[in-house]
Design a protein around this ligand. Structure first.
Ligand SMILES: [Zn+2]
Length: 469
C-alpha cells in the first residue's frame, strides 16, 4: 500500500532529539482538520472527503505547530487524494503553511516589520521527485514571507503606522529589483489630487502616494495594482460608532496586500512590469476636515459631492486609479480595498467581492482566487446603481444615503474614473483582513489577505499571454 502514497518529508532546525512524526492523509467522510497529540510513536491521520488548497495550507501549518518536538515531519497522502492536485501544488502550499507556523505579532514601538518565517527544508519528495520540487517548495516560502509583510503592516496600530511611517517600513524592506518613490502632500496638492487630499486634510498626518515599480527587462505587459491605504479610519466628521472602531487600523489592508504582492512578484521574477500604488491617508475629524455636502474637484476634474465622510476610500482610490492610467498606461488595472461593510454582509468571510469592466480579467481573477484559496464572488456595477450617484450640486455624488447595494454603488463610482478602453477590476476585501480564525494559518490578528490573490492573478495573466502567443 505504501507504494501508492505520495510522501513528503520536511525537516527543521531543532534543539531536541531526532524525532519523526508522520501524518497520513486519507479519503473518508469527515470534514475537520484536527491533530492534537504529539507523543512518541503517535502517527496521526486526517481524513476528509474534499481537499482544498486551503486545507493543504492549513495541514502544513498544523503539522508544524502540533509536532513541535519533532525534527522530521512526514506527510503520507493517499493516491486518490494526491491526484486532486499536481505535486508541485502540494509542495508549494505545504511549504507556505509550514513557513507561516512560527509567526506571532509582537508589538514594538517601531514601524519596522518582522515577518519571521519558520525554517523548513524539503528532505525527501518521495517517489516521482523531480527538478521542480525544490522550486515549488521555495515559492511557498516566498509567498509566506510576502503575506507576513502584509500581516505585519496591518497588525501595526495607527499611532505607529501612518502614511509616512508606512513608507519607511516598506523602504526598510529594501526589496530587490523594486524602485520605490512617493508623492508627498505638496506634490499631490500641486497636481490636483483633490479626492485623496480632501480626506487627508482632517488629519495632522501628511498623506503619501507610494509607488513601487518592478520593471524587468522586456516585460511582456504591464499591470498596475492600486491599494487603499487608510492607516486609520475614524469615519471623519461622519464619525463611526465606537464598537469595532479599534479595528479600523486595518483599513490599509489593500495597500498592505499590494506591498506583499510586489515583494512576491519581484522575488519570483515574473516577466512583467508591475506597478504598486498605495494611496496613504488618515481619515480624522477636525476643524479642517471635509464635511458632508462639500464638493471636491478630483484629479480628473470631476466635481464630487460628499455624502458621508466615512466613504473615504473611494475618494482616495479614484484619484490613484486616474493617476495610474495617466502615468503608466497599464494593460491591466486592479484595485483592492477594504471598502464597504456591505461586502461582508453579503458574502461573510467566504468571498471578497469582485467587480470590473472586462469579463476576461474577471474570469482570470476568479481562477486566481481558487488557485490560492482567496476566493472572489462577482457582483454587478452600473445600471440602477448609477442613479444612486446623481447629484443636484455636482457632477456626481460619491455614494448614497442608503446602504442598498453599497459594494456595487462604490464600484460604480470608481468606474467613472476608468477610461473606456482600460481593462479594470475592483476587489472589495472589507471582511477579509481580520477574524479569519476558521483557518489554521490565521489563529489570530490580521491575515494579509490579497497578497496571494494579486500574485496569483499576475501569474494567471502570464499563463494566458503565453497560451495566446
Ligand atoms: Zn470609512
Amino acid at each position: 500500500m505504501n507504494n501508492n502514497l505520495l510522501t513528503f518529508t520536511f525537516s527543521r532546525e531543532h534543539q531536541c532529539d531526532q524525532l519523526t512524526r508522520t501524518l497520513h492523509l486519507t479519503l473518508r467522510e469527515h470534514s475537520t482538520l484536527t491533530v492534537n497529540q504529539d507523543v512518541s510513536d503517535f502517527n496521526a491521520e486526517i481524513s476528509k472527503h474534499v481537499i482544498t488548497v486551503a486545507d493543504i495550507q492549513d495541514i502544513g501549518y498544523l503539522i508544524a505547530t502540533t509536532f513541535t518536538q519533532a525534527t522530521t515531519l512526514q506527510l503520507c497522502i493517499d493516491t486518490n487524494i494526491a491526484a486532486c492536485f499536481e505535486r508541485q501544488q502540494w509542495l508549494k502550499w505545504l511549504s507556505f503553511g509550514l513557513a507561516l507556523s512560527n509567526y506571532h505579532y509582537h508589538h514594538r514601538n517601531s514601524p519596522l516589520l518582522a515577518p519571521i518565517l519558520a525554517d523548513f527544508t524539503l528532505l525527501n519528495a518521495g517517489a516521482g521527485a523531480g527538478a521542480g520540487d525544490n522550486a515549488a517548495f521555495a515559492d511557498g516560502k516566498v509567498l509566506a514571507h510576502s503575506q507576513l509583510i502584509a500581516r505585519e503592516l496591518t497588525n501595526k496600530p495607527g499611532n505607529i503606522l501612518y502614511p509616512q511611517s508606512f513608507i519607511e517600513a516598506v523602504e526598510a524592506l529594501a526589496i530587490n529589483n523594486i524602485e520605490l518613490s512617493y508623492l508627498d502632500d505638496v506634490m499631490m496638492l500641486e497636481q490636483g489630487f483633490g479626492g485623496l487630499m480632501s480626506i487627508a486634510q482632517g488629519s495632522d498626518r501628511e498623506a503619501r502616494l507610494l509607488c513601487l515599480d518592478y520593471h524587468p527587462q522586456d516585460p511582456r505587459f504591464t499591470v498596475a495594482l492600486v491599494g487603499k491605504g487608510v492607516t486609520f479610519d475614524s469615519g471623519g466628521i461622519s464619525i463611526k460608532q465606537p464598537r469595532y472602531m479599534s479595528t479600523m487600523k486595518v483599513d490599509m489592508g489593500g495597500a498592505a496586500a499590494v506591498v506583499g504582492a510586489l515583494n512576491a512578484i519581484a522575488q519570483l521574477q515574473l516577466p512583467i512590469r508591475v506597478i504598486g500604488l498605495c494611496g496613504l491617508v488618515e481619515n480624522m475629524p477636525s476643524g479642517k476636515a471635509i464635511k458632508p455636502g462639500d464638493v471636491v474637484t478630483m484629479l480628473n476634474k470631476t466635481n464630487v459631492e460628499i455624502i458621508t465622510t466615512d466613504a473615504e476610500g473611494r475618494m482616495v482610490l479614484a484619484d490613484v486609479l486616474h493617476y495610474a492610467q495617466q502615468h503608466y498606461q497599464p494593460d491591466y488595472l486592479v484595485d483592492i480595498a477594504t471598502l464597504t461593510g456591505g461586502t461582508g454582509i453579503a458574502l461573510g468571510k467566504a468571498y471578497a467581492s469582485l467587480m470590473g469592466n472586462d469579463n476576461n480579467l474577471i474570469a482570470n481573477a476568479q481562477t486566481a482566487g481558487q488557485a490560492c484559496s482567496e476566493l472572489l464572488w462577482p457582483m454587478p456595477t452600473g445600471g440602477m446603481f448609477t442613479t444612486a450617484l446623481n447629484s443636484d450640486f455636482a457632477d456626481l455624488r460619491h455614494g448614497s444615503e442608503e446602504p442598498d447595494g453599497s459594494p456595487c454603488v462604490a464600484a460604480t463610482f470608481l468606474e467613472h474614473f476608468i477610461q473606456p478602453d482600460q481593462k479594470w477590476i475592483h476587489i472589495d476585501s472589507a471582511a477579509m483582513s481580520l477574524g479569519m480564525n476558521h483557518r489554521k494559518i490565521y489563529p489570530k490578528a490580521t491575515t494579509g489577505y490579497g497578497t496571494l490573490l494579486l500574485t496569483e492573478l499576475c501569474q494567471q495573466l502570464i499563463l494566458q499571454d503565453r497560451l495566446h502567443q
